[in-house]
Design a protein around this ligand. Structure first.
Ligand code: TXA
Ligand code: MG
Length: 318
């Protein structure tokens, strides 16, 4: 069922059911963090490995200390600046946060989503919500109700309709080690924006394999089923096309070429935020077109251009 009825979602969540909820980044598959059965269902529905922990969602910064302990000043500063918003903080967990949320880790990931319906929902519940992105493991995160429904119409009772996600990329995950501020996942907030707020450089630790700290780091992730190649120069890449049905995923210039079956320009104005907003839906659209393969253009390496490149790299043939 797709519905805008927040009280219906409250009812399902209170009964330990899983509900897909809107956030400003992507849709999440939400459940009560204190209900092990609900959390087991999230893992089962997503087919997500149990060693990959979940983000805890709260509706205001005052609740942070009930979820996390030992919060560094710099974390308070980031929360004050970016919440509600697409920043996830990785902090030492409070004792009452169950191990099945953190996959046994001593840290908990937590954020305040910037979406009025998510905030209202959280305010009406007596518990925080764990919510991973509402896609099967390894697939593209959904930014629309329709996309969630196409993934999970049989598995979940309710998708809470909050419209299209206004950011379109996941939250940026930030943790703290000694004096270091570490970005574990590039997301909707750029490293530059974080560095401006904290007044120093961040470290990027997002490419570990095997036992990753934040498994969004897994090299293969967010993948379309159609093969995608990420290239620096699309015009050069077009010269080597050897198939009938090739798609292009472009930043701003609409390249015209008879060899191309379909193309999507993410922002003709050259606006990175707009490109981010369009990215996942464009990947879904191209993926449904029975293309032989997709050529994606590499983005400028600054701001959330770096996030977009990271997502494209993980979605591409390496
Ligand atoms: O924008 C978002 O963050 C969305 C919306 C729904 O809030 N959620 C999301 O969740 O992207 P998910 O589960 O798809 O990605 C969460 C990432 C995973 O890479 C996970 O490994 C990492 O956060 N993570 C969660 N808890 C962690 C922890 N305690 N320690 C290390 N990494 C953690
Ligand atoms: Mg995800």
């Amino acid at each position: 069922m797709i519905s805008k009825d927040v009280q219906k979602a409250v009812g399902f969540l209170n009964r330990g059911e899983v509900v897909a909820i809107p956030t400003e980044t992507v849709y999440g598959l939400a459940g009560n963090i204190f209900d092990k059965k609900a959390i087991d269902s999230i893992y089962a529905i997503k087919k997500r490995p149990r060693n990959n922990p979940l983000i805890v969602h709260i509706n205001n910064v005052e609740k942070l200390s009930s979820v996390a302990s030992e919060i560094p000043d710099i974390a308070h500063k980031l929360a004050a600046h970016f919440w509600p918003g697409p920043l996830t903080l990785l902090l030492k967990k409070q004792v009452n946060i169950p191990d099945y949320i953190t996959a046994g880790k001593p840290t908990v990931a937590v954020r305040v989503p910037d979406h009025p319906i998510a905030i209202q929902l959280l305010a009406d519940l007596d518990f925080p919500l764990a919510a991973p992105s509402a896609n099967p493991f390894g697939r593209i995160s959904p930014t629309t109700v329709e996309q969630v429904d196409s993934y999970f119409s049989n598995e979940i009772k309710m998708v809470l309709d909050g419209g299209r996600c206004k950011k379109g990329l996941e939250s940026t995950i930030v943790g703290f080690e000694g004096e270091d501020v570490i970005v574990y996942r590039l997301g909707s907030i750029s490293r530059e924006d974080i560095e401006r707020v904290i007044g120093k450089k961040t470290l990027l630790v997002n490419k570990e394999e095997n036992s990753p700290k934040a498994p969004g780091m897994l090299l293969k992730h967010y993948a379309p089923k159609t093969k995608m190649y990420l290239v620096d120069n699309v015009n050069t890449a077009i010269q080597t096309i050897d198939k009938e049905r090739v798609g292009l995923l472009l930043f701003k210039e609409p390249i015209e070429n008879p060899k191309i079956a379909h193309k999507i320009v993410l922002s003709s104005a050259g606006d990175l935020e707009e490109a981010a907003y369009q990215l996942y839906e464009a990947m879904q659209t191209l993926d449904k077109m029975n293309l032989d393969y997709i050529i994606a253009e590499r983005f400028p390496a600054f701001g959330i251009g770096n996030t977009i490149n990271d997502k494209l790299e993980r979605a591409s043939v390496q």
